[in-house]
Design a protein around this ligand. Structure first.
Ligand code: NAG
Ligand code: NAG
Ligand code: NAG
Ligand code: NAG
Ligand code: NAG
Length: 395
């Protein structure tokens, strides 16, 4: 390649990069009539800003500047022409009775999306939780729904007091959640941190979750989920399942590929949990690695429960048909609030296969002797340090 040709290509590249930069356009919700007084409902202005941004053939920034914006249920939908950035600097506050019982803010059908900006999504859950606690209302809206999103980022934002789950991801791929803070009180009902289903390549890093339900719930159809540097607590831990609870005929629940690393659980009811209903539905949970995990005062640090049956709609004696296999727990240490620091209750019909325990150091904080492990129907291996001693014989 000649020098002029290289020079030409270099110039072309610089020019192209420049065009990309110039192609950023800001769609400020205030320009579309949003009023940040905490009283005016702003969904019309937000949707108008999104609609215009979505038509922009470049990087479109929907900007929510400082201030408090009251907002009813909204759906930000694509497909959009260019890359979408939803930048929240202010405080977006849910109207106390949202018009859509299933959702507050939804992003749907977008390829290339960033939700960022150091702002806050405030679900104002304390205004509606009492009705849930008293059992008078059925469904409450999820704060942030990400559905059919490809190549997305959720970073540097906060979600507080979501009415239901904070974040729910469905039918999405290549989505990175980084530096996010999710919080709701320990006794708030169903406030899962992040729920994932029918999605692949979801990565959650440097995120702190304190809530009333699961910190992360990995549900049917989740493939290759990566979780690292997550701080969970209070909450119900990082949970796969419940699996096998659907009543659709011939439908299998499948969760494959999960890595949870360098994460900390503090004062949670569970740490690393896999649960399947005591039901006859088939399925598979496989290829999980849990590594470099710290437990601080966790009720059930390691738990596989294949007899999950909280209601009268099931019979805890039914053996689960969900196969759990190829699960590795490595370097899990800290304290357990219950004596059974490791519980591996697997199915009698499809016993757990290739469960690997490596370097487990869990200390029971109570006064009924040392930590123990409980297991049924487990095949696997254990090596390295083992406290409590494993309750299965290495196969
Ligand atoms: C998410 O992170 C992974 C690993 O760092 C990276 O390969 C991928 O491109 C990122 N995806 C997005 C949408 O930024
Ligand atoms: C489970 O997930 C798969 C893959 O996304 C999907 O095809 C199937 O319909 C899901 N099953 C149920 C019961 O939702
Ligand atoms: C956890 O973090 C440490 C220090 O940053 C790193 O050396 C280690 O490889 C990480 N563990 C995993 C499983 O990524
Ligand atoms: C741990 O959780 C219990 C309730 O389960 C709560 O009373 C206590 O304050 C929590 N401790 C810490 C250190 O957060
Ligand atoms: C695990 O199984 C044992 C023995 O069947 C039972 O006593 C224990 O309650 C079970 N643990 C859980 C968490 O289901």
């Amino acid at each position: 390649m000649g020098f002029t040709r290289i020079l030409f290509l270099t110039l072309l590249f610089v020019w192209a990069a420049d065009v990309q930069c110039q192609n950023v356009r800001i769609f400020n919700v205030k320009k579309y009539g949003a009023i940040p007084d905490g009283k005016t409902e702003n969904s019309k202005a937000f949707l108008e800003a999104w609609k215009n941004a979505c038509k922009w053939n470049g990087k479109a920034v929907v900007l929510v500047p400082a201030g408090t914006y009251l907002l009813d249920s909204v759906k930000f939908e694509g497909e959009c022409k260019g890359y979408m950035i939803f930048k929240v600097k202010g405080n977006v506050m849910a109207a106390s009775k949202l018009k859509d019982i299933n959702q507050w803010i939804t992003f749907k059908y977008v390829n290339g999306l960033t939700v960022a900006g150091r702002g806050t999504f405030d679900g104002q859950g304390y205004k509606v939780w009492p009705c849930k606690i008293n059992g008078r209302c059925q469904t409450l809206p999820i704060s942030l729904r990400l559905e059919f999103i490809r190549n997305g980022k959720l970073q540097n934002i906060r979600s507080i007091n979501s009415q239901n789950a904070h974040v729910s991801i469905f039918a999405s791929s290549n989505l990175n959640i980084t530096n996010v803070k999710l919080s709701a009180p320990q006794d708030s009902p169903n406030t899962d941190g992040i729920k994932i289903s029918s999605s692949e390549e979801i990565r959650i890093t440097r995120t702190s979750i304190s809530t009333g339900d699961d910190c992360v719930a990995i549900l049917n159809g989740s493939k290759n989920t990566h979780i690292s540097q997550v701080f969970c607590g209070p909450g119900h831990g990082i949970s796969v399942g419940s699996m096998g609870g659907n009543t659709l005929i011939d439908n299998k629940d499948i969760v494959v590929g999960l890595a949870v690393t360098n994460s900390t659980f503090t004062n949670t009811s569970n740490g690393l949990r896999i649960k399947t209903w005591a039901s006859r539905y088939e399925g598979l949970a496989s290829g999980f690695t849990y590594e470099d995990i710290i437990m601080n005062d966790v009720e059930h640090p390691i738990i596989i429960d294949q007899q999950y049956c909280p209601s009268s709609s099931c019979d805890s004696k039914t053996a689960s048909r969900i196969q759990i296999r190829d699960i590795t727990y490595s370097n899990i240490r800290g304290t357990s609030k219950s004596k059974a620091a490791v519980t591996l209750n697997c199915s009698s019909i499809v016993p757990c296969k290739n469960i690997v325990l490596k370097d487990i150091r869990l200390v029971y904080t109570g006064n009924e002797g040392p930590a123990s492990s409980i297991c049924s129907n487990v095949h696997g291996y254990s090596y390295g340090l083992q406290n409590p001693p494993p309750c299965f014989r290495s196969a």
